[in-house]
Design a protein around this ligand. Sequence first.
Ligand code: TXA
Ligand code: MG
Length: 315
Amino acid sequence: MKNIYSNIYSFNKKTLKKTVNSLNQGNIAGLPTETVYGLAGNAYSDRAVKKIFKLKKRPSKNPLIVHYDNYKRAGKDVLLNKNFFKLYKKFCPGPMTFILKKNKKTKISSLATAKLNTVAIRFPSHRVIKTMLKFLDYPLAMPSANLSSGLSPVNAFDVFDEFKKKLKIIINGGNSSVGLESTVIDLTGKPKILRPGVITSKDIKNFLKIDLSRKNFKIKSPGMMKRHYSPGIPVIIGKKPKSLSDAYIVFGKKFKNFENYFNLSKKGDLKEAAANLYKIMRKIKKKGYKKIFVSRIPKFGAGIAINDRLLRASR
Ligand code: TXA
Ligand code: MG
């Protein structure tokens, strides 16, 4: 039988080389990170960046995150500041994205940043992407590897579901351990969270010992606007399903194991719940349920990001 997943590769010296060659030629690839899988291309190449927008059907005014293996390389493209260095030391590599002012000498494609004078940068910790970046002469522009406004993929097969054979290479790096997109923090002025993640505003506030800005920015993360993170079926929060054709996402040990109940974390661990959220939503959709109902999820720690994604999915 023909292997339908013939574009999914495990990670080794040979596939590392194959992927590096392909990226060098301006192609894009599906790569794992600890948050979610990304659609990666040369951030310095208009051609590669155009391909990313086209494949994702992403509006051109929604900028991409540029990924680096260390701050020294990022310093060529953005203006690093004090708050950046503090947060970098504490949280990187890891699930945090910084918005910083563009360095005038940057080589980043202006399409990647949607012509803004700021850039979103991130230092992922997943072994595959970290290794890949060391072998490249450029950073990787990399949005989540899903069609615009859908659910982010958390393993190689999710990426395949989104793009099938339109991608030549998808590297299988296992399940993304975090399972939700990175925390996005704007550091161009008083620090402000634009997208919550598993690193919370409280973590950041306690560490920087300053209050974060609550001001509304004109340019928000477009991921923060209309409907997003949608599984493709209605999501209803805070209610129980009345029919067995509807699924119920629950959290904690008090819930029974009914067939249409999907527990994000039986032991009530919010990080585990975050890692399971997209995986479970995809599973529910695949099983043919008509709607997703969601029970109350605590609104602290990783629960803040979970509630944020569910709310946007419910719009
Ligand atoms: O965890 C992640 O961040 C994943 C992995 C693959 O790294 N990437 C990801 O990328 O979630 P994407 O494109 O799906 O989400 C990037 C978010 C969007 O909401 C975008 O609007 C925002 O970052 N963003 C990018 N550049 C920005 C900028 N200059 N100013 C404000 N927001 C920006
Ligand atoms: Mg996304």
